[in-house]
Design a protein around this ligand. Sequence first.
Ligand SMILES: [Zn+2]
Length: 269
Amino acid sequence: MKINLFCYECGEFEYEKNLDGFSTNGIDCNFCGTKNRFKDSYYPHFSVNEFIQTINEMDEQNKNNISQTIKTSYETFNTFNSSEINVTLQKYEEIYYLMDKLLENEKIYSIDAKSKVIDDLEEKLIKLYPTDTAIGIVSSLPFVKTHYRKPILILIASTIELLFNTYFEEVCKIEELPKKLTTSIPKKIEYLDSNRAKSLQNHMNNYDENFYFLWEQLRSKRNKIIHKNSLYISNKMIEDNMQLLKSSVFVFINLTSELYREIYIKPTK
Ligand SMILES: [Zn+2]
């Protein structure tokens, strides 16, 4: 098991440290020498880690579900496929993901567009397979139950929000900014930017140049899901945002470290 250790005394941290062989009594900081209690040395906090663990489990379950449903639907297709042409499971899977990717196009996506996607896909497949095979593939393509996707996305957005809120509070405390009473992320970012020399985006860019923009995109998707629920979430979006979740811990542990390093004063001997 890999964990991130953080010293709240000086800001020193160890990212994805292997847990094996650790004493749970305490950890000596490599930089300032402070002996920290194990439970005080985690980054992020337990409650955030619980979210991350749940998301990972849901992601696993989601992957298993999809491959299982595709397989079942492939078997159905083969039962009815009377042509000589053999479509491999791998090919069939590729076609599913092609459809999944086409449905991602938010601008054209609506109930009508959904049937347009199916038509477009059929047209493409007709060039590759005999007509009845192509139609067979399209009509058997599962509307794979993807009920994990939206909750996963919402949970990822919430987890990053938790990381950000913790960071926000620490900045306000350490840099002695007056308390700002708002729950809105954009307003909090605006507040930080107007009170600090460097914008949050600039701070983040040091560790991941795409993070700020991708996080913004995720928040917009999350809001759409919550308010309208008409957004199609593709497998690719889940993969990308699982990656974003991983980056978020890396970005925020670094930002938090910067904060603590700033105020750390090396004791004089
Ligand atoms: Zn330390």
